[in-house]
Design a protein around this ligand. Structure first.
Ligand SMILES: Cc1cc2nc3c(=O)[nH]c(=O)nc-3n(C[C@H](O)[C@H](O)[C@H](O)COP(=O)(O)OP(=O)(O)OC[C@H]3O[C@@H](n4cnc5c(N)ncnc54)[C@H](O)[C@@H]3O)c2cc1C
Length: 591
């Protein structure tokens, strides 16, 4: 049986020491969220995820969801766990008090989300999508729509979905065909078929609020002709009670590689009654509110699943005895040494750990900027945070999820054949982690967003929001003690700057240069960002290391990251500078 213990010590380190949680509590509306309260929220979340959600993770995988005549049932225990989740107030965590939410800042909420993903990522999708749908209605819906839907979505009584994908269009939503025909009463009749809709039908909530992208009869072609509609499964009467069933049916669920406890549904809309959210043909804008939140959440899925896989691998490596240490017997009383003595096993474990803690630190930075963006009274501070979040969203989504898959695979490797078979639960983590590289925009498309849109945006201003603090930190830390961290960071940062200049120049005359470089560039960016995180963490840990296992390990992991992982930036730069020729000259028939 796998184990999971929420990494509270590291989470507290990120929240309080790296980002000084007191400054978050000073933001308007966050006054109640003192560092002490944030700690108790984390402790309660740890208890719930460890004791309630984690034991259902394997059950969910083994049973999956079932479909019968349009009805979808979630795996054994999910209903009760969901009830407990709502009663504990977890669905209301990040929502506005105006609609019954707790108004919790994102900084602690994102750590709770990580625990959710570590303990049971398939379960986490249900409330996760609801919160995304809540945000779209909250930011773009009419007052009436907010009053009709939000209180019950915040309490968890109703859930939400995001209905974009159709069989012929996933990445390229401009091709979508679902129609919305206006009715005399101001509503619309929605007709079309959506596929792959997470939580599209299930037995956890009384109602499901679908957010559906569709086209008006006179809409321009492409993404400029898409509008967003709210389509409830059950109509909501004026007094708030549920009325008749709307024209939306689940026609099947997918049989898939992982996240089997999450129902992935085909939905048929036949003259379903819907109401427009926001303006006609501006649906992508409203949907992006949901998609950007979901992209960060999907990045956290990569991190969360990686964390639980790492914990198990480290545990197993201490116990499994196999072979002898290359430098002499370490376990004379036993016929073999534990595999943790082998350098390659240590390489795998430290690689996982350095990436995981680096990603947690980076997600803390993003969370803090979102809090500033949402609550600061300073327009200048908000602009910086807005730029920074926009720049980092594709990095968190793609880099974290690429690493999530790599880490779960390495964790399985630590188990040898015992990881490949079902008993230890490790193969589930690999399968569960894989989807996060695909949904919410495939990782290759995230890389295009970073390089093709975010880098050139506003004359390159977004990138400076990242580069400036890194350069400032390097300038301020020229002492000998920090040199082992600053020097590799400086080299990697130069690689990033050269790569940026190369792509911007080469991309002007040949757009394939942008596409050819983008995935390598995003990884290079992610590595530098984690390099900065590790240098900052080392700086905090150095004066506290004597006699402390935690801070000593931080410094050791920082050194490993700087010496063994960050140098990948050199190879990535070289690949980027080789240009697009080798891939684009290859004839399509030759593949
Ligand atoms: C389990 C699961 C749950 C999902 N949940 C939802 C949901 O709740 N709501 C929803 O609307 N959708 C959902 N999806 C759909 C998901 O978002 C899409 O599968 C995804 O966006 C990719 O679309 P596609 O599968 O049509 O692949 P395609 O668009 O056909 O792309 C195939 C591959 O081609 C590449 N590619 C495509 N276009 C480009 C490009 N412009 N540049 C570079 N490379 C490119 C990418 O590598 C991509 O992986 C879910 C899917 C799954 C499997």
């Amino acid at each position: 049986m796998p184990i999971y213990k929420a990494p509270l010590e590291d989470m507290r380190f990120v929240l309080h020491e790296l980002y000084d949680s007191k400054t978050i509590a000073e933001l308007p509306g966050c006054e109640d969220f003192t560092p002490e309260l944030m700690d108790s929220v984390l402790e309660e979340a740890a208890k719930f995820t460890q004791e309630v959600l984690f034991p259902l993770n394997q059950v969910g995988d083994l049973e999956g969801c079932t479909y019968e005549n349009g009805v979808v049932r979630t795996p054994t225990g999910f209903k009760e766990a969901y009830k407990g989740f709502c009663e504990g107030g977890w669905t209301a965590m990040g929502s506005s008090p105006e609609f019954g939410g707790q108004g919790m800042p994102v900084a602690p909420a994102m750590l709770v989300e990580e625990m959710l993903c570590s303990s049971n990522v398939a379960f986490g999708l249900y409330p996760g999508l609801t919160h995304g749908a809540y945000l779209s209605i909250y930011h773009h819906g009419s007052e009436e729509q907010k009053q009709t839907y939000l209180p019950n979505m915040v309490s968890g009584k109703w859930s939400g979905t995001m209905c974009l994908t159709e069989a012929h269009c996933g990445t390229d939503l401009g091709m979508l065909r679902t129609k919305a025909v206006p009715n005399a009463d101001g509503s619309y009749s929605i007709t079309g078929a959506k596929i792959f809709i997470s939580a599209g039908e299930h037995d956890l909530t009384e109602n499901i609020i679908h957010l559906v992208l569709a086209r008006l009869p006179d809409a321009p072609s492409g993404v400029k002709g898409i509008s967003l509609f709210v389509v409830p499964k059950f109509m909501v009467k004026d007094d708030g009670s549920l009325g008749q069933r709307n024209g939306v049916q689940c026609t099947s669920i997918e049989h898939k590689m992982g996240i089997k406890g999450s129902a992935t549904c085909s939905l048929a809309f036949e003259d379903a009654k819907g109401w427009m959210i926001g303006e006609p043909n501006k649906g992508m804008r409203a949907m992006f509110t949901m998609m950007n939140t979901e992209r960060l959440s999907v990045g956290i899925q990569g991190l969360g699943v990686a964390e639980v896989a790492y914990q198990n691998a480290a545990n197993y490596a201490r116990e499994r005895i196999q072979g002898r240490s290359l430098t002499g017997v370490k376990n004379p009383g036993k016929p073999a040494d534990p595999i943790i003595v082998h350098p390659d096993v240590r390489r795998m474990l430290l690689t996982m750990r350095a990436y995981i803690e680096g990603c947690r630190a980076l997600s803390g930075w993003v969370a803090r900027e979102i809090d500033i963006l949402q609550r600061s009274t300073s327009e200048d501070a908000k602009l910086i945070s807005d730029d920074f979040t926009a720049l980092l969203t594709p990095v968190v989504k793609a880099f974290f999820t690429d690493l999530g898959f790599e880490i779960t695979s390495s964790a399985l490797q630590c188990y040898g054949g015992h990881g490949y078979v079902r008993d230890h639960g490790m193969e589930q983590y690999v399968r569960d982690a894989r989807i996060s590289m695909i949904y919410e925009g495939a990782n290759g498309v995230q890389a295009l967003d970073l390089v093709g849109r975010k880098l050139p945006q506003d004359g390159g201003r977004l990138l400076t929001r990242f580069l400036d603090p890194v350069l400032e930190f390097i300038d301020a830390n020229g002492d000998a003690e920090m040199a082992p961290f600053i020097e590799p960071l400086q080299t990697a940062l130069e690689h990033l700057q050269i790569a940026t200049g190369y792509i911007m120049e080469a991309g002007m005359s040949n757009h394939d240069e942008i596409g050819a470089a983008s995935v390598d560039y995003l990884r290079l960016f992610g590595l530098v960002a984690l390099g900065f995180m590790w240098a900052r963490m080392a700086k905090i840990a150095l004066p506290k290391a004597a006699g402390s296992e935690f801070y000593t390990a931080k410094i050791g992991t920082a050194k490993f990251y700087m010496q063994r992982l960050l140098p990948q930036t050199g190879a990535l730069l070289s690949a980027i500078q080789s240009g697009s020729e080798t891939m684009m000259e290859f004839a399509a028939e030759a593949f």
